[in-house]
Write a protein that binds this ligand. Structure first.
Ligand SMILES: NC(=O)c1ccc[n+]([C@@H]2O[C@H](COP(=O)([O-])OP(=O)(O)OC[C@H]3O[C@@H](n4cnc5c(N)ncnc54)[C@H](OP(=O)(O)O)[C@@H]3O)[C@@H](O)[C@H]2O)c1
Length: 330
């Protein structure tokens, strides 16, 4: 394979949004490596996805210690992609990783202790061949570890220069408030909160979104397509090459219910009326809210990624369209 050279026009079409009250702008669409970049996946496919992303202004790539499968293999593969040429653009990239879920055996390879977070980040840096990541996250709140310990470890990681910024993921509004007060006491800002948010999962709407806006923290929405449900993929059953069909996929066939398919069909009709695919409309629907800094998509092909990028062509909705969506989602 030839050495990668990025497209010269890569910054022409992407929209960038300020991440909370920070100096960082994130692309409205970011790419996550949870699925499709593991040791079970095809290198030539995912390297093209990564290159196409960067060629289209996606500067933000999101990982976690255990993305794969196997655990760690997405980081290793991303390290290979960096070595193949993307790494020449390191200063144009925002690379994030996380620790908080199961990673290695024994009491120190899970949750939110200082021991786990520090060791895990060192391992992640090694796997990716990096000196630092741009964002390091506590991947989930740990009910057993004092929040001062978890957030204190994040703050020290910033002081060590191993992450430029830090964030939290999957913390509810109350847990977020507690975490933010510890960040404040340590004089280290929390850059961003990463939370699941899509038309099918709106738990952030009642309080978290506004809390983050008020506190000047960015918000990146993961699984914005509900792992592929909010696309035209499942309109006629579960295709063989889909996440729901794969044994390594986190979307269970039990989640593809008749009720969901009914809603997907109605949403798909509306998307067609708007001149979009359902995937484009589902992303646009999130991006209409300026409190959402970025939508963090996954893609199993270059074609999907290109489809998703087109969401940016039309993020405005008429009041009637918004009402129709509410009626469908009820
Ligand atoms: N912080 C956390 O706890 C957490 C948890 C989950 C995810 N995340 C982050 O969020 C990222 C995205 O999550 P996700 O992969 O669940 O996001 P998603 O965008 O909701 O789902 C991505 C999947 O949908 C399908 N798809 C995407 N575009 C499509 C299109 N245009 N047409 C048809 N199908 C399409 C593909 O599945 P097929 O394989 O079926 O083609 C793709 O792999 C992850 O990579 C990770 O970085 C974070």
């Amino acid at each position: 394979m030839e050495i990668y050279k990025a497209c010269e026009n890569r910054y022409d079409t992407m929209e960038y949004r300020r991440c909370g009250k920070s100096g960082i702008l994130l692309p409205a669409i970011s790419l996550g490596l949870w699925h499709n970049f593991g040791s079970v996946d095809i290198f030539d496919n995912f390297i093209q996805i990564a290159y196409t992303a960067f060629d289209n202004g996606i500067t933000h790539f999101d990982l976690a210690n255990n993305y794969g499968p196997a655990y760690g293999s997405a980081e290793e593969n991303f390290g290979r992609i960096l070595k193949k040429g993307l790494g020449a653009y390191r200063d144009e990239l925002i690379i994030s990783t996380k620790a908080g879920y199961d990673m290695w055996p024994g009491p120190y390879g899970n949750w939110g202790s200082r021991k786990y977070l520090m060791a895990s980040l060192d391992q992640s840096l090694k796997r990716m061949g990096l000196d630092y990541v741009d964002i390091f996250y506590s991947h989930r709140p740990d009910p057993e570890t004092p929040i001062e310990e978890t957030i204190g470890a994040l703050a020290d990681i910033v002081h060590q220069g191993k992450a430029l910024y830090v964030g939290i993921s999957n913390y509810n509004a109350k847990q977020t408030e507690n975490a933010l007060s510890v960040f404040k006491s340590l004089n280290v800002p929390c850059l961003i909160h990463q939370a699941r948010y899509s038309m099918f999962d709106r738990w952030v709407e009642p309080d978290l979104l506004q809390l983050l806006e008020n506190k000047g923290v960015g918000m990146i929405a993961f699984s914005p397509l509900a792992q592929g449900l909010l696309t035209d993929k499942y309109l006629h059953g579960i295709p063989e090459n889909s996440r729901a069909a794969k044994s390594t996929g986190h979307l269970q066939t039990s989640q593809v219910t008749a009720e969901k398919i009914g809603k997907i069909k109605l949403l798909n009709n509306l998307a067609i009326q708007r001149g979009q695919t359902l995937a484009e409309m589902a992303l646009a629907w999130l991006l209409k809210d300026k409190r959402v800094t970025s939508v963090l998509i996954g893609a199993s092909s270059v074609a999907q990624l290109k489809d998703n990028l087109k969401a940016l062509h039309q993020t405005a909705f008429t009041p009637d369209e918004l009402q129709e969506i509410e009626n469908i989602l009820k």
